[in-house]
Write a new protein. Structure first.
Ligand code: 13P
Ligand code: SF4
Length: 303
């Protein structure tokens, strides 16, 4: 099918199914263009919880679609590519969390949204890179277990030094790939550009940034800034929005390694097949879903 025909079919099926298409900032251009909403993990999880649609087509990775299902059990949540997972989310299991709780019985457990429903079910409160510092500051406990991202955990620990944060050994293979050498090289090539970095990068990289934030915070910062040149230290998908919203500004990618293969699996064809065949539906055991819902809703209450 030609692209225009494919888009027309998607729009027709979307109407027929009373569906909404949401896409993460890391999705390919074509998918971002047909989506009703494009955003970061936090914005999308909030949006899905509040949306009046019967069907949510989640163009992202598995844990994101799962989070939508946790918050909206009555809706059909579709993940167009069944193998679009997050390697970082796979780095911690529910049993790992139970073991950590046995080792540190007084600690409160915070999980990054990049976790499975089973892991969320074992944790007290969730966070995203947009609200991680706010979530940690909201806790009265001093000792905090943070899973799975050691880089985001280190970033929070520096921002909230009064808390004792116990880190897990997980990381995002895409962001962790960026090195100090990459930053030096790009600074030399573009000395007048600001460096905006996602906190999933290594601490020694994050410390070299002019601004640190989630995908949305990076997008908003670049749009509001008086500066004209930016080096982007997160997955290359954000360049779609940045270039579209700021045609007179220049953006460089911090490293060519900043590509998440899982985020790139979803194509227009995947969205079409998802809506046509109503696949792949996210299903959860109610006992797990209810516990995971508490974890996510506590986060949403913090904001
Ligand atoms: P945010 O969209 O919350 O910045 O997260 C980035 C990410 O890596 C999601 O997997
Ligand atoms: Fe997971 Fe990293 Fe890909 Fe985000 S960019 S989905 S954290 S692997």
């Amino acid at each position: 099918m030609e692209k225009n025909e494919l888009i027309a079919q998607i729009l027709a099926l979307k109407k027929e199914r009373n569906a909404v298409i949401v896409a993460h900032n890391y999705q390919i251009d074509d998918v971002q263009e047909i989506a009703d909403v494009v955003g970061d993990s936090f914005a999308l999880s909030k949006y899905c919880a509040e949306s009046p649609h019967d069907v949510i087509v989640f163009c992202g990775v598995h844990f994101m679609a799962e989070s939508a299902k946790i918050l909206s059990p009555q809706k059909t949540v579709l993940l167009p590519e069944i193998n679009a997972g997050c390697p970082m989310a796979d780095m911690v299991t529910a049993e790992d969390v139970r073991e950590m709780k046995r080792t540190y019985p007084g600690a409160v457990v915070v999980c990054y949204i990049n976790t499975s429903a089973e892991v969320k079910a074992e944790c007290d409160i969730c966070c995203t890179s947009s609200n991680a510092v706010k979530v940690i500051e909201s806790l009265t406990e001093e000792q905090i277990i943070f899973v799975p991202d050691k880089n985001l955990g280190d970033y929070i620990a520096k921002k909230v030094p009064q808390k004792k944060i116990i880190l897990w050994e997980g990381y995002c293979i895409t962001h962790h790939r960026v090195t100090v050498e990459d930053v030096k090289m790009v600074r030399e090539a573009h000395p007048d550009a600001m460096i905006l970095i996602h906190p999933e990068c290594r601490p020694e990289v994050v410390v070299l940034a002019d601004f640190v934030g989630s995908t949305k915070q990076i997008i908003d910062f670049a749009a509001a800034s008086k500066e004209n040149k930016f080096i982007i230290g997160t997955e290359m998908g954000v360049l779609v929005r940045l270039k579209k919203d700021n045609p007179h500004k220049t953006f460089y990618l911090l490293s060519q390694g900043l590509i998440c293969p899982n985020m790139k699996k979803t194509k227009l064809e995947s969205v079409y097949h998802a809506l046509r065949d109503m696949k792949y539906t996210i299903e959860l055991a109610e006992e797990i879903r209810l516990k995971a819902q508490g974890c996510l809703e506590r986060m949403l209450a913090v904001g």
